[in-house]
Design a protein around this ligand. Structure first.
Ligand SMILES: *Cc1c(COP(=O)(O)O)cnc(C)c1O
Length: 424
């Protein structure tokens, strides 16, 4: 059914909310309810969700088991806010994560619960790397995205966001990400060379921070060999490796961590977005124990390790990560989506479309931001919520819930197909 010209009351948002609001412009309806991969607006129109809270809803909206666990916890008068005091909810989460995620992968990680945003966890990671090494510089990559606070913004490439910082973002060098000069150039060779050259002008950094699949930067998936080469450079030069797995982690690319396929062993892993399982704010760092050089309270914060989010986070680990079914499903569904996108590209040869990504983190590159915008607008008018990314917003970013059923997935892809067809 067409969702065109629906009467929605956006007046309050347009008149009372700051100009900084963003997603309510792309999707100008009032969303009221949701379940799984389906969103409903307040007029009862239905939308298929291929945005999933930008990766914060990998397991879909309002999973009944997570809601049960949360309501039971609320009814039991469990501690909701306790600063970072010890609670059973936090103990269970750490023990469960250790048993279900860390140990089966041969890892020993300590947990640092940061403020609830991904950006705050990135800040903590950068501060810790600087403190642990005594060096100040950080290396980040072209098209990297790590958040909006000053430190996280300094390792973010996008000029639109950097220009809004108000201060010059400092202490960071940018290097070319994998594929920046085309598929046949290995950009890690350049990085290795400038770090080995005492006269290159590039200071030895405290850390290298990267996403294994750049999300906001345009769904750029680094190759396994490139990632391994970056890790070797880190080891050779005593540089810490920070993997920002905020969007690519929690199963999005097929494994719990996005770096498992390359066998990396990052010194610090940053997790947020889908960590709580149901969209509650929760962020943390996983640290190699020898790196835990913090003194008590040095990276403090009021809302660290929210207990309700820890309860649902534990539920997510139990439901989806104690066996291999979700992981196998993501790889299979990712393959189906990729094939369908390739087919859409091939049947619309008037424009040059291309497909990239890994697992269920896929991008449909439209070449120009203007074309991509027309397509996602049309898709929305026909009941599909999907966003754009990349330097020119030229890439349609497909992030359906990992748990989406076959029929809803195909229906969403049909809508995308028609929208592409109608826009070229
Ligand atoms: C979303 C995101 C962040 C920032 O998280 P916020 O919760 O928005 O502060 C950082 N890094 C990556 C890779 C992200 O996708």
């Amino acid at each position: 059914m067409s969702n065109e010209s629906k009467p929605n009351s956006l007046y309050a948002f347009e008149s009372l909310e700051s100009n900084v609001r963003f997603y309510s412009r792309s999707f100008p309806v009032v969303f009221e309810k949701a379940a799984g991969a389906i969103l409903h607006d307040e007029n009862g129109y239905e939308f298929i969700d291929f945005l999933s809270g930008s990766g914060a809803l990998n397991y879909g909206h309002n999973d009944p088991y997570f809601l049960d666990e949360a309501t039971q916890y609320l009814r039991s008068h469990g501690i909701i806010h306790g600063l970072d005091m010890a609670t059973p909810a936090k103990r269970e989460f750490m023990e469960c994560f250790d048993a279900v995620i860390s140990r089966p992968r041969g890892r020993t990680y300590k947990f640092q619960f940061t403020g609830p945003t991904g950006a705050n966890a990135v800040e903590a990671a950068l501060k810790l790397a600087r403190k642990a090494t005594g060096r100040h510089s950080i290396i980040s990559f072209t098209n990297g995205f790590h958040g909006m606070s000053l430190g996280a913004l300094a390792v973010t490439g996008n000029r639109y966001y950097r220009d809004a910082a108000g201060l010059p973002p400092a202490g960071v060098m940018f290097m070319p990400y994998d594929g920046y000069w085309g598929a046949d150039k290995d950009t890690s060779e350049y990085l290795g060379k400038v770090l080995a050259d005492a006269s290159s002008g590039v200071d030895l950094p405290a850390a290298i921070i990267l996403e294994t699949v750049q999300a906001e930067g345009g769904i750029n998936a680094a190759r396994k060999e490139w990632l391994q080469s970056i890790e070797r450079i880190c080891r050779t030069n005593g540089i810490l490796l920070i993997v920002d797995d905020i969007q690519a982690g929690c199963g999005r690319t097929g494994n719990f961590f996005s770096f498992e396929f390359a066998g990396l062993s990052p010194d610090i892993v940053v997790l947020s977005k889908s960590l709580s399982g149901c969209g509650l704010p929760l962020s943390l760092l996983l640290l190699k124990p020898e790196l835990d050089v913090w003194r008590p309270g040095e990276h403090s914060g009021t809302f660290r390790g929210n207990n309700l989010a820890l309860v649902t986070g534990t539920a997510a680990l139990r439901k989806y990560w104690t066996n291999n079914a979700l992981s196998a499903g993501v790889k299979e569904t990712g393959r189906i989506i990729r094939e369908r996108l390739q087919q859409i590209a091939e049947t619309n040869r008037a424009r040059s479309f291309s497909v990239r990504g890994r697992g269920m983190m896929l991008g449909f590159d439209c070449g120009t931001g203007e074309l991509a915008e027309r397509i996602v607008r049309k898709a929305f008018d026909n009941g599909l919520v999907v966003e754009r990314c990349g330097a020119e917003d030229q890439v349609i970013k497909l992030l359906p819930p990992l748990t989406i059923d076959e029929q809803t997935l195909q229906s969403g892809l049909d809508t995308l197909h028609k929208s592409v067809h109608a826009s070229v």
